[in-house]
Design a protein around this ligand. Structure first.
Ligand code: AMP
Length: 504
């Protein structure tokens, strides 16, 4: 059988292809038939431009149904898709183009003037445009192409996508994902989360990241289900869609923002069967508040660009707040010490993963790839975690976020949890900043609630002294209006380190 992810999806098309695959809240509805035709036209266009299997197609475009068709078309034509965050600026895009040398770049019309010279320098042959309404030179050129296309034959290990990691330190790395990676993870999630043709997924995530592009899209399309496309997350619009949908996939900020809406009630969620959260830690408090208001336990899962989804809380069974659940079927997960020896439950260590979901390596970085794999073939995720005695994994932080103060290791998450319990604290982030005596000093950055406006640095430190070992108690506490977050809701600790390393 053809291992092409598009072929795997096409095998799961609903019995009648005349049913909706995608309902765009700002426009048209596309059936599975439409999806097959639109992706065929785009795939013909790619081939007619002289692109060969394995050539890279880079896209820095706004979310639209056509942006999704472009991804699927690149798969059909056997090319390698390279989605770029729309927030990337000129010097960042320059790096990606030089590194990946795409044969085609698709960009927003307003960015063409600055992208074209970069593309030329990178040896790119074609630059086409796609706007938020699905117009531009890409779709114009595809319009006259035939509506049938023979999907390219590929093998499981053939390269499908390059996803550049957010790279908070050093150069951003291109994670190479194969058709087999995408298909195995998609099929596993579809089954684990019980997706079927009767599902309607609210898709409000961006399309340049694994969560929106792979997890959400593949779960829906591999089940023959329907997606309701939101260009961006607007809590009111998403809530309004609950009555027409069954599943929502989101980052934690979706849920905290939904909780601010008085219309979020049990009644409003009556037709929904599943709420999934991932890409950043969901506070146990959010999990509880959501369950209280709606009667739904959010299902938290954990994954990353390099490995797709790795663990998930169960569909049936306890979804435990503050944990990311069990290894997915077929995925081997262990917590290991610095010598890569597996650790027993209850002990904190590096999270390592092996399985058909794990990527092929970093694009043009064989040394970096080798460094990140253990001798027995596990990928070092860079996350620090611990298994409970009954098998639930908790992520306690990123290895590089570990604070080493006076020779002691401090896991920021433990301190953050203790701070978040203090009345008047909305949320917090703990970082290490350079310190002449300790090497690093534990430093807390705190957001207060409205009622907590009077909370002081001294009060927080006093409170923590009774609860944590002295070396874990922050030396300084700074207050901010909000924590800096990236598009996927991850707290940007590098931004905080930069900002507070320079304070007194
Ligand atoms: P990305 O490659 O951008 O998807 O980022 C992956 C990283 O996000 C992981 O290595 C984790 O550090 C973090 N992450 C993803 N899901 C979760 C989760 N449920 N809880 C905690 N961290 C998460």
């Amino acid at each position: 059988m053809n291992a092409n992810i598009y072929s795997v999806i096409a095998c799961s098309f609903p019995r009648s292809a005349a049913v909706p695959a995608l309902i765009d809240r700002e426009g048209a509805t596309y059936t599975y038939e439409d999806l097959a035709r639109e992706t065929a036209r785009l795939a013909h266009l790619l081939a007619s431009l002289g692109l060969k299997p394995g050539d890279r197609v880079a896209a820095q475009v706004e979310k639209s149904p056509q942006a999704l068709f472009l991804y699927l078309a690149a798969m059909r034509a056997g090319m390698v898709y390279l989605p770029l965050n729309t927030a990337y600026q000129e010097h960042e895009v320059d790096y990606f183009l030089k590194d990946a040398e795409p044969a085609l770049v698709v960009c927003r019309p307003q960015a063409k003037a600055w992208i074209e010279p970069l593309a030329q320098r990178a040896g790119t042959r074609h630059v086409l445009t796609l706007n938020e309404q699905g117009g531009g030179t890409l779709m114009e050129a595809a319009a006259g192409q035939p509506g049938h296309f023979e999907t390219a034959e590929v093998k499981e290990d053939d390269l499908a996508c390059i996803i550049y990691t957010s790279g908070t330190t050093g150069r951003s790395k291109g994670a190479m994902l194969s058709h087999g990676n995408l298909a195995s993870n998609g099929l596993t999630l579809r089954d684990y989360w019980c997706f079927s043709e009767s599902d309607v997924l609210i898709h409000a995530l961006p399309l340049f990241h694994v969560h929106g592009l792979f997890v959400a899209v593949h779960c829906a399309l591999l089940a023959g289900a329907c997606m309701r496309f939101h260009r961006r997350f607007d809590p009111k619009a998403v809530l309004e869609d609950f009555s027409r949908a069954t599943v929502l996939m989101g980052v934690p900020t979706f849920y905290t923002r939904l909780l601010n809406e008085p219309e979020l009630t049990r009644e409003a969620c009556r037709g929904m069967r599943l709420f999934v959260s991932g890409s950043a830690p969901l506070l146990a408090e959010t999990h509880r508040a959501f369950a209280e208001r709606t009667g739904h336990a959010i299902l938290e899962r954990y994954g990353m660009s390099e490995a797709g989804m790795i663990t998930s809380n169960p569909y049936d069974g306890e979804r435990r707040p503050g944990t990311v659940g069990f290894p997915l079927p077929g995925v081997n997960v262990r917590v290991a010490d610095e010598q890569d020896r597996p650790l027993p439950a209850g002990q904190i260590g590096g999270v390592q993963v092996k399985g058909p979901n794990v990527f092929l390596g970093y694009w043009r970085m064989p040394d970096k790839t080798r460094e990140e794999f253990t001798a027995d073939g596990f990928f070092r995720t860079g996350d620090v975690g611990v298994f409970s005695h009954d098998g639930y994994l908790s992520i306690v932080g990123r290895a590089k976020d570990l604070v080493i103060t006076g020779g002691y290791n401090v896991y920021p998450k433990e301190v953050e949890l203790a701070i978040d319990e203090i009345p008047g604290v909305l949320e917090s982030a703990v970082i290490g900043v350079p310190h002449p005596d300790f090497g690093e000093a534990v430093t807390a950055v705190v957001v207060r609630t409205r009622e907590g406006a009077g909370l002081t640095e001294e009060a927080i430190i006093r409170h923590l002294k009774g609860r944590l070992a002295g070396y874990k108690v922050p030396k300084r506490v700074y207050f901010v209006e909000g924590l800096p977050r990236n598009a996927m809701g991850k707290v940007q600790k590098n931004v905080l380190r930069e900002r507070f390393s320079r304070s007194d």
